[in-house]
Design a binder for this molecule. Structure first.
Ligand code: HEM
Ligand code: HEM
Length: 183
C-alpha cells in the first residue's frame, strides 16, 4: 500500500519509527562510548548499526518509490524548503552514519562483525593490536562519522521542533499522520 495525503502506509510508519528510535539510541551509545572510553559497548554498537543499515536501505528505496510525503496543508515557501532540506539531511545522514562506521572499522583493521558473525576478518598483530588495511579510508570514515553524528543531532532536533510546530501552532495533522492516524 502506498502513502496518501491522508494516511501513511504501515511500511512507512514501521520504518520511520524503528529507524528513528534505534538511530537515537545509536547516537546516545556512540557519544557515551567515546566520551567515557566505554569501548566494551563497541560490539553492540557495530552489530546494531550494520543490521540497521539493512532497514535503512529498504527505507531509502521505499522513499524513492513512494516520493516524499505530501504536505497535509499549504505552507510558506520558506517552510517547505526548510522541511525538504531537513528531510534530505536525515535521509543522507541515516545512510552515511553506518557506511562511515563500517569504513572506519574496516579501514583501521578492526574487521566487521555482527553479533559474532565475521563479515570482514580483523587484521591483528601478534599482540592483538589492529593493523590498518587502508588507513586513509579508516580516517575518512572516522571524520564523516564524527561530523555526521553532530549534524544528525542538529537535524533531528530541527525535525522534532518542526513536527511540534505543526501540531501546536499550525494545528494540522502532520504529527497525527506519522503516528498512523487518518487525517
Ligand atoms: C522522535 C521524534 C520524531 C518525530 C515526532 C518525527 C515526526 C515526523 C513527522 C511528523 C514526519 C512527517 C513529515 C511530513 O508530514 O511531511 C516525519 C517524517 C520523516 N522523519 Fe521523523 N520524527 C521523529 C524522529 C525522526 C528521526 C530520529 C529521524 C531520522 C533519524 C527521522 C526521519 C524522518 C524522515 C527522513 C522523514 C521523511 C519521510 C520518510 O522518509 O519517512 N524522524 N517525521
Ligand atoms: C546507525 C548508525 C550509527 C550511529 C547513529 C552511530 C553513532 C556514533 C556516534 C554518535 C559516535 C561517537 C562519535 C564521536 O563522539 O565522535 C560513534 C562512534 C563510533 N562508531 Fe558509530 N554509529 C553508527 C554505526 C556504526 C557502525 C555500523 C560502526 C562500525 C561498523 C560504527 C563504529 C563506530 C566507532 C569505531 C566509533 C568510535 C569512533 C572513535 O573512537 O573516534 N558505528 N558512532
Amino acid at each position: 500500500m502506498k502513502d496518501t495525503k491522508e494516511k501513511f502506509s504501515s511500511i512507512t510508519l514501521s520504518l520511520h519509527w524503528i529507524i528513528a528510535i534505534v538511530f537515537i539510541c545509536m547516537l546516545t551509545v556512540g557519544f557515551y562510548m567515546t566520551n567515557y572510553n566505554a569501548f566494551a559497548l563497541f560490539p553492540i554498537h557495530q552489530s546494531t548499526g550494520i543490521l540497521l543499515f539493512i532497514l535503512i536501505l529498504w527505507r531509502v528505496i521505499w522513499r524513492y518509490i513512494n516520493g516524499w510525503p505530501i504536505p497535509v496543508s499549504q505552507y510558506s515557501t520558506v517552510e517547505r524548503v526548510l522541511a525538504r532540506i531537513v528531510h534530505w539531511l536525515l535521509i543522507i545522514g541515516i545512510l552515511l552514519q553506518p557506511i562511515s562506521g563500517m569504513l572506519m572499522s574496516a579501514g583501521s583493521g578492526n574487521g566487521l562483525y555482527v553479533f559474532g558473525l565475521e563479515l570482514l576478518h580483523a587484521n591483528l598483530d601478534s599482540a592483538g593490536k589492529a593493523i590498518p588495511i587502508a588507513a586513509n579510508i579508516g580516517e575518512l570514515g572516522e571524520n564523516i562519522h564524527g561530523a555526521g553524528a553532530n549534524i544528525m543531532v542538529a537535524a533531528i532536533s530541527l525535525h522534532i521542533l518542526g513536527a511540534l510546530k505543526h501540531h501546536i501552532i499550525d494545528k494540522d495533522g502532520s504529527l497525527r499522520r506519522i503516528f498512523g492516524k487518518n487525517i
